[in-house]
Design a protein. Structure first.
Ligand code: ASP
Ligand code: MG
Length: 421
């Protein structure tokens, strides 16, 4: 029976040493009840996104050389991992790249659909390499295709798992399981009708791990990271940060919702529903105590957490006929947001205006304008920064604000949110 799910993100498989480190961690553990969910290597997803734009925008058909940097990156990793150049993994990865290329050429497809059938190759390639490497290390890894188990709706680029379907498939996985280490992809799944590859949204591998854990009735999920757990701010952006040793599901979901990059925001719900604890552990030193997220319902005295979300678009929408921004207008507009897949990070209304802050996305912004512009004026600013403080205490934001111009501001008892140009 699979009882534990480990998730290894892009940074934990970014080069050959990182992959070797995973093997080291697994050898020191027991793997007979373990599934590992793995992301694309390093920045591969970004690279395929970029290639996708190039292929779609190119006037003439591009050659496979457009993928040469990405192929070389993976090739170099493989050459360091496999002594035997006849290992079938080299051919398998070459085939996957060819398949990726052929899919990139289908430039007339709907963008979201095209995105999913191409960007998913990052995970297919990484898990193929990692499973093969773990096999050479005596870890007996079995590669499975997440698309056979993680069944979703057909909302491309933001697919929603059908938990009942997933459960049926995944329970079969458990029935047939006899102690082998299972290796699968994060981020990807398959829609039921039409049957096609989907992705769960950027950084979605955490969510995949949670869906697998939920459906397999696992006892724990571990997300392996290059940091020592969850901190109250991103150490890359703030000088002094402190580790948060223990979080309730509720607090974790709030932090993730506001954009703390630690875990994907959809990850917590399935875990909370089955009371499965989530540990955030450091892959550089497993002896460091993890941050634990669980169903603890007592009092935890959280310190203020600082969350910075870059690349934000702020749209301001006003009815052309001077009607109020009332329930009817708001429900119409949010219906459109939902259809387009715009997730609001901050919302504010006034008599005549709805202001919504969301992650920059040119296509979604264009669709929004097209859908509402007959009845509403839409103005927008992009490349803004959204700054949130959870467990706000008077004045804690000052060092960050330092005389910068605040475009929008919102406070409640617990949090403050500021939007900066
Ligand atoms: N590879 C995907 C991404 O970079 C999914 C993930 O890493 O979680 O967004
Ligand atoms: Mg990631």
């Amino acid at each position: 029976m699979i009882k534990r799910v480990y998730k290894f993100g892009g940074a934990s498989v970014k080069d050959a040493d990182a992959v070797k480190n995973i093997a080291r961690i697994l050898k020191a553990d027991h793997t007979d009840d373990l599934m590992i969910v793995v992301s694309a290597m390093g920045k591969t997803t970004n690279a395929i996104e970029k290639a996708l734009s190039q292929f779609r925008e190119a006037e003439n058909e591009l050659s496979i050389n457009a993928l040469s940097d990405l192929m070389q990156y993976h090739e170099e990793i493989m050459l360091k991992l496999f002594d035997d150049e006849n290992n079938p993994v080299f051919q398998k990865v070459a085939d996957l790249f060819l398949d990726l290329y052929l899919n990139l050429l289908k430039k007339n497809l709907n963008y979201d659909y095209h995105y999913d059938i191409t960007v998913s190759f990052g995970e297919l390639i990484s898990t193929t390499i990692i499973a093969a490497y773990l096999q050479t290390q005596g870890l007996g890894a079995v590669w499975i295709d997440a698309r056979d188990y993680l069944i979703t709706d057909a909302r491309f680029r933001d697919a929603n798992p059908d938990f009942d379907e997933c459960r049926l498939k995944m329970q079969n996985l458990n029935k047939n399981h006899s102690g082998e280490l299972v290796v699968t992809q994060g981020f990807i799944g398959s829609s039921a009708t039409p049957k096609s590859t989907v992705t769960l949204g950027r950084e979605g591998s955490d969510f995949s791990a949670a869906v697998f854990a939920y459906c397999l009735d696992a006892e724990e999920v571990v997300i392996w990271k290059d940091v020592d757990g969850i901190r109250n701010a991103d150490p890359k952006k703030f000088d002094k940060t402190v580790k948060i040793p223990h979080l309730s599901y509720q607090e974790a979901i709030e932090l993730a919702f506001y954009g703390a990059s630690v875990i994907h925001s959809k990850t917590i719900k399935p875990l909370q529903n089955k009371n499965i604890p989530l540990k955030v552990k450091c892959f550089l030193d497993e002896k460091i105590e993890p941050t634990v997220i669980d169903g603890f319902s007592g009092f935890i005295d959280y310190c203020p957490s600082f969350i910075v979300k870059e690349k934000q678009t702020l749209v301001s929408i006003t009815p052309k006929d001077f009607s109020f921004m009332n329930e009817k207008n708001i429900s119409f507009l949010f219906g459109i947001f939902n259809e387009i897949g715009i997730h609001a990070n901050m919302i504010q209304t006034s008599a005549l205006m709805l202001s919504v802050c969301f992650n920059n996305d040119k296509m979604k912004l264009e669709s929004l304008m097209l859908s509402v512009s007959d009845k509403f004026f839409v103005r927008y600013n992009d490349d803004l920064q959204l700054f949130t403080v959870r467990h706000y205490r008077e004045g804690v934001e000052e060092a960050f604000v330092k005389g910068r111009k605040v475009i929008l501001e919102q406070r409640n008892r617990n949090s403050i949110q500021l939007v900066f140009a």
